[in-house]
Design a binder for this molecule. Structure first.
Ligand SMILES: [Zn+2]
Length: 92
């Protein structure tokens, strides 16, 4: 089983600019949405990821909470950075 997340869109869900804490909703190409928390200082760092339970998990097919997305945090975080999604999401 080799799931490949593909970041399609990122929107800001919340932030505390003073503390450098940001919450984004990351939408993947297969319809999966994840809530992703970032800490900005000293550099952007993904601190937590969890799947929104709108659609079943694309990995284990559960429709309740699971930890599968943790394994893809690195990949998703890389795509968010490579796609310069921070700039786009924060400009909204
Ligand atoms: Zn899962």
């Amino acid at each position: 089983m080799s799931y490949r997340p593909n970041v399609e869109n990122v929107t800001k869900a919340g932030s505390n600019d003073k503390e450098g804490l940001y919450e984004f909703i990351v939408k993947l190409a297969d319809g999966t949405e994840c809530r992703v928390f970032y800490h900005r200082f000293p550099e952007w760092r993904l601190t937590n990821i969890s799947r929104l339970q709108k659609t079943p998990c694309p990995v284990c097919r559960k429709d309740f909470i699971c930890k599968c997305m943790d394994s893809f945090a690195g990949d998703i975080g890389r795509q968010v950075e490579d796609g310069q999604w921070f700039d786009k999401a924060l400009a909204e």
